[in-house]
Design a protein around this ligand. Structure first.
Ligand code: 13P
Ligand code: SF4
Length: 330
């Protein structure tokens, strides 16, 4: 796999046009009421990732990043159904960690393209080449891949997970940018798996855009996700997972922020910080798969209890061990 360029990345995410048609305000209110009623009747809980549409975030019981949502799914005692408003690998992790609950993904096609970039064959081949190196996989992977690794990580805990291992060289995938970030932070030798795994949305961010925005907003603090390029990390004041950015924006004494991650996070940032200003570092930074979840799809999912996320038990046992090891570290 060659190093991806911005133009190609843009082509990659602009196909196909999968946005649902806009919902009228009245329909939205009706759907919200129906979802809330159904949620009580069915003892369901709605979890939503920070990139979800504003109306999905507003109806969710809990909003978070990958690790927070995994923890929440694991700790959930009351609910019988978890509706997971995000993409495939996040719902799959919740189902693996919570085998006794029904986990629903409102839109079957909501898939993270990065998670498809790493094949089991590639993991096995690399293990043969580097038999002593542990395999650490970002949660943005399919369950079958997680079952092949020693421990999982998210962007919030990747550094801690790698530091917890007694190994100087590790195999790490699929995100190359996160691999380079953790190599910088841990000083360890990180062998990327595959060579150029990437997030098409995060590669759209470019430092030139940030420089222009900084001229317009000289006091603004720059926050970026570690899935962004090394050049973007260099112009950033803060690098962290989506929820870490939300906590940072609340805690730090700045009033303006340039945000280098998917645009859905701006809703939460603005809602939690009404006196602060947030600008996206690139207007087109949308994850189309995250946006597939709409109120009508969420309603249909809860009503018809679709689409049930099921992971074969032989895969789930091994993937669960890797996820639990991660949760024990941090
Ligand atoms: P977070 O865990 O930071 O929310 O990231 C998930 C993701 O898919 C980023 O693109
Ligand atoms: Fe996957 Fe990127 Fe979308 Fe995150 S933003 S779910 S990494 S495609």
């Amino acid at each position: 796999m060659e190093k991806p360029q911005r133009k190609r990345v843009k082509e990659y995410i602009s196909t196909p046009a999968i946005y649902a048609s806009p919902i009228q305000a009245q329909t939205m209110m009706d759907l919200t009421g129906k979802i809330q009623k159904l949620k009580k009747e069915k003892k369901a809980i709605i979890l939503a990732h920070n990139y979800q549409r504003a109306e999905i975030q507003d109806i969710a019981d809990y909003i978070g990043d990958s690790i927070e949502l995994s923890r929440k799914a694991m700790q959930e005692k009351e609910a019988e159904i978890i509706v997971f408003c995000a993409v495939d690998f996040m719902a799959e992790s919740a189902a693996i960690l919570n085998p006794t609950k029904k986990v629903l993904l409102p839109t079957l096609g909501a898939r993270c393209p990065m998670a498809q970039m790493l094949t089991i064959d590639e993991i096995r081949r690399s293990k043969t080449l580097h038999p002593k190196a542990p395999v650490i996989l970002y949660v943005n992977t399919l369950a079958e891949s997680k079952a092949e690794c020693d421990v999982c990580c998210t962007s919030a805990n990747a550094v801690e997970v790698i530091n917890s291992l007694d190994a100087q060289t590790v195999l790490f995938g699929p995100d190359r940018n996160l691999a380079e970030y953790v190599a910088e932070k841990t000083g360890k030798t990180i062998i990327p798996l595959p060579e150029w795994g990437f997030c098409p949305t995060h590669l759209l961010f470019q430092p030139e855009d940030v420089i222009v925005l900084k001229q317009q907003h000289p006091q603004a603090v720059v926050m970026v996700h570690p899935e962004c390029s090394g050049e973007m990390r260099k112009v950033a004041d803060f690098v962290g997972s989506t929820s870490k950015m939300c906590h940072y924006a609340k805690d730090v004494d700045a009033k303006e922020f340039i945000v280098g991650t998917e645009e859905g996070i701006l809703h939460r940032l603005r809602k939690e910080n009404p006196n602060k200003k947030f600008y996206t570092a690139y207007e087109g930074a949308v994850c189309p798969n995250m946006k597939l979840t709409t109120l009508d799809r969420l309603y249909a999912s809860l009503k018809e209890e679709k689409h049930l996320v099921k992971v074969p038990e032989n895969v789930a046992v091994k993937a669960r061990a890797a996820l639990e090891r991660m949760i024990q570290v941090n």
